[in-house]
Design a protein around this ligand. Structure first.
Ligand SMILES: [Zn+2]
Length: 384
């Protein structure tokens, strides 16, 4: 894979040259920050434009991108041999030198020369050095690499320190952003927990959520918001992340959020009921009603005996029915049973509202269920 990548670079050298000039033209003409994608930067060191030709505002971004990309080191390339002076021994670039100088030594395939990435990135306009000029290729003088690095105050080391500082700066920004993300996640969790606590309290007490006037200037914003205000006033951690302190689009107080939380709570409670029921036999109590949009629905309660021998009655849910025919009612019961993985074969009793205007349909439903399961005995019809 890596081999193909590097050979591709070689064959596309001319094309890269064209890209290089167009990249710089765009940068220079805009004279502003540009988004740098390390994948689009030229890998070939000989074709890159000098850093000082980029707009000053873009230089650090380009330097970081090159440092992230790392020096161009085609280790598996078949480096060509060449003769030096009168010596008959042929010499070539030794790829182990990449290992000796992994962070800065770069090779240009087309010209068989090496460059220094650090010095390319932070070279002053007037600096002259074969590692940044035309490239170095005197393979019999390996010591020139160390000479290029020089002493601690050399221009190469100065460039290296600038590169390291630049990347550390970037690193600290990444760390800062990461800390911000952790903090916003923690704040979100506190905010969500507060909303859930309010919803659970109101559900437990059977209280309504909403008020008639929920605007911020209202003297009574309804139970849900008033309770959240109460929590916020009495808990610094919640106060710090709710209402005006919360992000504008993430306050977790909208009616949709309240419905979502309520739905989640309902599912959790139903799971507990079904788990408590286990494999026991059970009965159902069914009543019909209409909601505000005059849609027919049935409310289903299950009755069973728990492991301690207590008779338990639990509201299982409301199921909408498309019409009030017997078959639709049965389909609704079957859908509810299916949702909770209950089997009609475990049914041992049926109870219906005797005063309901759907009494006739309920009788039909009772007969249909008895057809499926003769043990699903009929309770005395109860009256609402
Ligand atoms: Zn250098």
């Amino acid at each position: 894979m890596s081999l193909d990548k590097y050979f591709k670079r070689k064959s596309l050298e001319d094309e890269e040259s064209i890209k290089a000039s167009s990249h710089v033209t765009q940068s220079s003409s805009k004279k502003s920050h540009i988004e740098i994608n390390p994948n689009t930067l030229l890998a070939n060191p000989g074709l890159r434009r000098p850093i000082y030709e980029y707009h000053i505002n873009d230089r650090d971004a380009i330097r970081r991108a090159y440092l992230q990309k790392g020096p161009f080191q085609p280790s598996y390339y078949d480096f060509p041999q060449k003769q030096f002076g009168n010596i008959s021994t042929l010499r070539r670039f030794n790829p182990t030198w990449f290992g000796a100088f992994p962070t800065w030594l770069e090779y240009r395939i087309a010209k068989d020369v090496v460059f220094c990435l650090y010095c390319y990135l932070f070279k002053s306009k007037g600096g002259v050095d074969s590692f940044v000029g035309d490239g170095f290729s005197n393979w019999k003088k390996r010591e020139r690499f160390d000479l290029h690095i020089g002493k601690s105050n050399s221009s190469h080391n100065a460039a290296r320190i600038k590169c390291e500082n630049l990347m550390n700066e970037k690193q600290s920004i990444i760390t800062l952003l990461s800390e911000q993300t952790v903090k916003s996640q923690s704040d979100y969790r506190i905010r969500l927990n507060a909303s859930i606590e309010c919803a659970c309290f109101l559900l437990h007490q059977g209280l309504s959520f909403n008020g008639h006037d929920e605007c911020e200037c209202s003297s009574n914003q309804g139970n849900y918001l008033e309770l959240l205000h109460f929590l916020s006033r009495n808990n610094e951690a919640i106060k710090r992340v709710t209402f005006s302190e919360a992000p504008k689009h993430n306050k977790l107080t909208s009616p949709d959020i309240q419905k979502d939380i309520t739905q989640a709570v309902a599912e959790e409670i139903t799971n507990v009921i079904i788990k408590d029921l286990g494999d026991s036999l059970f009965s159902i109590l069914i009543d019909e009603s209409r909601d505000i949009s005059i849609k027919e629905k049935i409310a289903v309660v299950i009755r069973y005996i728990d492991n301690n021998g207590h008779i338990i009655e639990r509201f299982l849910g409301i199921q909408h029915v498309s019409d009030t025919t017997t078959s639709s009612l049965k389909a609704a019961i079957e859908a509810l049973f299916s949702k909770h993985e209950l089997s009609i074969s475990r049914l041992r009793g049926q109870g219906y509202d005797g005063a309901s205007n759907m009494r006739g349909e309920f009788n039909g439903l009772k007969a249909l269920i008895l057809n499926n399961n003769p043990s699903a005995y009929l309770y005395t019809l109860f009256c609402s």
